[in-house]
Write a protein that binds this ligand. Structure first.
Ligand SMILES: [Zn+2]
Length: 241
């Protein structure tokens, strides 16, 4: 049975998403920005919370864990390298580890850069990727703990996923969200969220996934430079804009 997802907004500009296995009833929250909207989403769907799959340690991805775990007794799965900074972890995972949500089988991809131990979850049968703060729709996360080269390698790893992969990210690109807040709410209400985005569309439009194209290198004055340097320059320009 195909997986089902339910998307909703949390905090200021975070996305929350539930991943549901209709065969077993198991339901995972991908990250837990805050408990209340997740509780509302569980009530709306009637799905029981069995797992929280954490992408990285930032508070806007983990702030709801303690409350949800207390209420639901759910399992908390977290990146091995960041487990010490995440509350109430039950299982830690690394590259290639399998994560099960009921009968759904996901694979862990280590995607460091935004944080040093950031991971993403890919469910191949349903072609669903939960990428946290690594890749955004027409954007990417800020390189905070890692290096630009590390982040570029993480983006390449995600870019190698099938073209029809649906990508669930942790945030809407902020300026776009502000301009589109009402529209996003309306789309969500109408069941037409702006995410997931589809990998082939990201490949075509996301400048951060195009840093290895010669014309992109030339456009930022870095013709002939390694792709990660071009990526670093584009990312740096976004920080300044
Ligand atoms: Zn973050």
């Amino acid at each position: 049975m195909p997986a089902q997802t339910h998307l909703f907004l949390c905090l200021k500009d975070n996305y929350g998403v539930l991943l549901h296995d209709p065969a077993s009833g198991a339901t995972a929250a991908i990250d837990a920005p805050e408990a209340a909207p997740i509780e509302t989403a569980l009530k709306t769907t009637g799905w029981p919370l069995s797992d929280i799959l954490v992408t990285h340690h930032h508070a806007d991805h983990t702030g709801g864990i303690a409350e949800l775990k207390q209420r639901h007794g759910c399992r908390v799965v977290a990146p091995h390298a960041e487990a010490a900074r995440i509350p109430l972890v039950d299982a830690t995972v690394r590259e290639h580890d399998e994560v099960r949500v009921g009968s759904l089988r996901g694979r862990v991809l280590e995607t460091p850069g935004h944080t040093a131990g950031h991971i993403s979850y890919f469910f191949p049968a349903d072609k669903l990727a939960f990428v946290g703060d690594t890749l955004f729709s027409i954007g990417c996360g800020r390189v905070i703990e890692g290096t630009a080269e590390m982040m570029w390698q993480s983006l390449l790893k995600l870019r190698a996923l099938p073209d029809d992969t649906r990508i669930y990210c942790g945030h809407e690109y902020t300026p776009a969200l502000k301009a589109r807040e009402t529209e996003v709410e309306k789309l969500l209400a109408a069941g037409q969220p702006t995410i997931p985005s589809i990998m082939h569309a990201e490949k075509a439009a996301n400048p951060f996934l195009r840093a290895d194209l010669p014309q992109v290198a030339t456009s930022v004055g870095l013709a002939g430079s390694p792709a990660w340097k071009v990526f670093a320059e584009i990312r740096e320009r976004k920080n300044r804009s």
